[in-house]
Write a protein that binds this ligand. Sequence first.
Ligand code: NAD
Length: 980
Amino acid sequence: MKLEKRIQELGSELIINTRELDVEQNWLDALINHAISDPQFRIQTLRFIDVLPSLDDDIELTRHLQEYFGSLETPLPELALWGLNQSDKPWLAHIAAPLVRYTIRSLARRFMGGSNIQRACNTVDKLKHAGMSSSLDILGEDSVSEHEADAYLKAYLEMILAMSAHMQAWTDLEIVDQLHGRAAPRLNVSLKLSSLYSQIDAADIEGSVRAIKQRLIPILECALEHHAFVMIDMEQYDYKNIILTCFLEILEDSRFRYWPDIGIAIQTYLRDSFDDLSRIVEVLKKRATPATVRLVRGAYWDYETIVADQNNWPSPVWLHKNDTDANFERCMDFLFSEHPVVEAVIATHNTRSLAAAMAIAENHNLSKQDYEFQMLYGMADSLKDLLVQRQQHLRIYVPYGETLPGMAYLVRRLLENSSGQSVLDMGLTHDQPVDLDKPVFSLHEEGKKLSVDSRFHNQALYRFTETVEHDVFVQALSQCRQQFGQVYPLIIDGKSCHTKQTILSINPASPDEMVGVVASASKKLADAALDSAKKAHVYWRRVSVTERASYLRKIASLLQDRRVEFAAWQIFEAGKNWREADADVCEAIDFLNYYADQAERLDQMTINQSSGEQNSSCYRPRGVGLVIPPWNFPLAILTGMMAATIVCGNTAIVKPSSQTPVIAAKFVELIHQAGLPEGVVNLLTGSGADIGEYLANHVDVQIIAFTGSMTVGSHLINIAAQLHPGQTHIKRIIAEMGGKNAIIVDTDADMDEAVTGTVSSAFGFQGQKCSAASRVIVLDHVYDCFLERLVETARSLRIGQPEDPGNVMGPVISEQAQTHILSVINDGKQQTRVALYDYADHFDKGYFIPPVIFTDVAADSMLAQQEIFGPVLSVIRARDFDQALQLANNSQYALTGGVYSRDPDHLQRAKSEFNVGNLYLNRKITGALVSRQPFGGYKLSGTGYKAGSENYLLQFMNSSTITENTMRRGFAPMEEHNNK
Ligand code: NAD
């Protein structure tokens, strides 16, 4: 109680004294206030600021301004409003655009300490004269290539040398120079570790830490030599464990063991933050030299909650501001209690937190020398002055650098200031009430999931932020390896059937390793499978939909229990990396659950009654279905087509791809463990051209569910159209086929996103997804700069054994595929320029092909038209957006496509004119989720309804409408009248 009273006392003092200080009010305050109260305006403003640096053409800029704000009431400054009103007069664009740029640049300058080191020197000089220290941050977000990471390393080293020399010349000033009873380094550098390694990935903590340290250690050595302090910034949650591990390893590194001038930021909006602090303190106790923790609330709240919600992950952050506030004070108390083992920096603009820090420090008998406050440049200036007046140590976080990378920082500051979740008293406005109440943890801390309801939810992918997710993968890989070489029979009528002829399944990353030996069916055994399926159908067609759906859910649940094991098999048999393998299993689980729900939905009869007449409609199974999946989604596509077949009351013969038969065999084994009656699903591994085609031709097959190449698919469509003697039905064929998918990069695209999205779409799983990008159409204006970054980013991808989670790319599926792709590359080289093709000899084992990029590819050339199904990307130049759309549509396929643009008009045009089954705007074009992004194309990419859609199951059934005349001699049952 005494403590709380003291906090209130100090807090009130701060409020009264701050209000006495004269704070300049300007239009920015009005803008932020307006943004808080008008969410649509907030979004448009942030989006406009985000796109602005890419608009170097005046007419483009005014057009965007009109598109973003044309219909909104805005509290923009007069100059900008004037610009907006002129945007329909192109001749005035050259006057309006510079004014708008000037306005936003002033806004940016408010939060940034200059565009280069020289300007940053002036800023820190001014701060020092005002009695404040500084921490310098070089603006920029993640590096997208190793080339960029090298540039960051160089920039940090240059900054340390230049700044430390500059600050050496300062005259002494005690409040800046003395802290914790010793000389404080004048230069303090804030460092984002993600900028030091482009392939940072939570799935590969070890590799990421190793690579980051290669660039971090020279920075630390330089800082040590020049008496500079290094503060490691915390970033998004995915990187937290990597950043923390780096920090802890550095603390224990003999080179830095006795160095106190290093620290790390801890974000108290994270639920884990208190445990992380405890871990740090534990290490510091052993180390016996202190280090610093900067306590912040965290600046990525919107991002963290959206990402968690989108992926069905538990939220890593507290959802209520109160919990973050309460945690902030709890962590602060802990930090002060562990002084001097750990030295505390309290980074806040919140009056209550400032007062709490002062009172808690007093409570632990700490002096003002024993801790430091930090605030951001350009924010809460009145509070800063007040702290200096009170002789508190205050350090200002000063980001500096070019405006372009700086915009992301500016957007984050504005987002933070205008968020309903804002934990700041900005000091930007006097109108905001200051809350001094003691924050307490919510009694009913919300369930960890953000949105909980009964609708279908996609299986959450592993985030790999938990160590346990790692460990289970490593363990599963080792267990699978122990089972290499096992023999897998056919399953016909529930019985195992071994064959003399077999298929050898090998590990494409290491062809000496035999993953398994699988039976290969003959035509005779195909007949046996057909007999079994026909026999089972007699019973299965009468099983209720509810019961059939419950089998699917049971299989889903068994698969969920063994998801990592199934992912491990894909890593070995298909060459997928950890994340791709996990995603494939999750998609299989989704298909099972989703089609179970959809079958039950369709089972509800639709009735449209009339007097004296009863109408009903129902769906009936068709018969025996032949399921022919490809190897590239060896579990998900097989499961989806099989589940749809059987839940509708048909029985199935599954003929998997001969490249991935072990996964299929393991899965059919699993579905029988679910108790599925014998003969409902028969496994018939064997040659596609042989038994696949034999069965497709067979008169007793009613449905062919095929996914694969256009050549095989169109051949099967032909086969299905033929009536054989004695055939009494038209075969239903569902054929999902290839693609030649394009991404358009517009002049105003976010280049970081466009580059990383294109690289991931083109080279994820070695370009062997039907949805993969194989063409990128880039507008002339940004062609060269996009290409340069694209090439460096693709070059930075790590290729190697997919067992190692640090390898983004693995092998292509087979020697035959490798030979084919290499020959296409050779042909391509005769046609156009290769911008990237580093074929390294160290790929001696395994069917590896590195990313290949061709440039200035002609629109009608083989490279631009043929599906290559490997890591080969063609870059095509377009004059303008019209031509880009026309080039994108110049294909026999229409499967997936993407546009990176921040022009609302262009995005709208793409929605209506881009001919693809799945269009993605401003994101990668692969990774469709069941139900959320029903998947499938048209033109020569496929027939029928989309997989994972509400309509998909209709293709597996016949529909009947039954009408009964219920009138007998002029009367009908009464309820029919009432139902009318
Ligand atoms: P593929 O056409 O070579 O083989 C697909 C399946 O058909 C395999 O199981 C194979 O054994 C079988 N098969 C081959 N010849 C046959 C025949 N004559 N009769 C009956 N069955 C036969 O394709 P793939 O190499 O396994 O897969 C890659 C292709 O699949 C790519 O073209 C890709 O775009 C496409 N694909 C499309 C989608 C989609 O949803 N549209 C999804 C994944 C893959």
